[in-house]
Design a protein. Structure first.
Length: 168
């Protein structure tokens, strides 16, 4: 009678289910580190793309106006003052308000400027701010940002800064 009952029963035993769950857990633990690293790497990639877009917006501004905008150092959203034509023109090249443009770590992109409008020479650098450390970035002694510039661990700790223009 016991034999008959076993033959007609359908489904998995508890041991079979536990083996499958354990195998899935081991596979999940093996895959998890690679997935976690790729999301962090994507943040750095997005920041580099944003830096390139900002640098291109400066170049586009120059192409339209024949000069670079008069800017101050610090957060990009405040570099042009409160409003006006230079800020509006610059934003048009980015297709987004500067106040909405933040890096993947929810910080504002920074700008440093040594541009002398009357002389038509100098430098402009955009960079990612590091809230908890970072370091200096020096572009061959021509332009330098001191302070907290984030470094990219996926590119041999290269400082996340983009030299927009350097005319001396």
């Amino acid at each position: 009678m016991l034999k008959k009952f076993r033959k007609s029963r359908k489904g998995f035993t508890m041991v079979e289910l536990m083996v499958v769950i354990i195998i899935m857990a081991v596979l999940g633990l093996a895959i998890m580190p690679s997935l976690m690293g790729s999301s962090d790497k994507a943040k750095y990639s997005r920041a580099w793309n944003d830096l390139n877009a900002i640098a291109n917006a400066f170049v586009g501004y120059y192409g339209k106006e024949g000069t670079f905008p008069k800017i101050t150092g610090g957060p990009l959203s405040g570099a042009f003052g409160t409003s006006g034509t230079p800020k509006d023109t610059f934003q048009s090249f980015l297709n987004t308000p500067l106040a909405n443009l933040k890096d993947p770590w929810d910080q504002e992109y920074q700008v440093a400027s040594g541009w002398v409008e009357t002389a038509g020479k100098g430098w402009i650098i955009v960079y990612v701010n590091e809230a908890t450390g970072g370091g200096d970035v020096d572009f061959g002694g021509l332009a330098k940002v001191t302070g907290k510039v984030k470094k990219d661990p996926y590119q041999n700790n290269v400082p996340m800064a983009k030299l927009v223009i350097n005319v001396m």
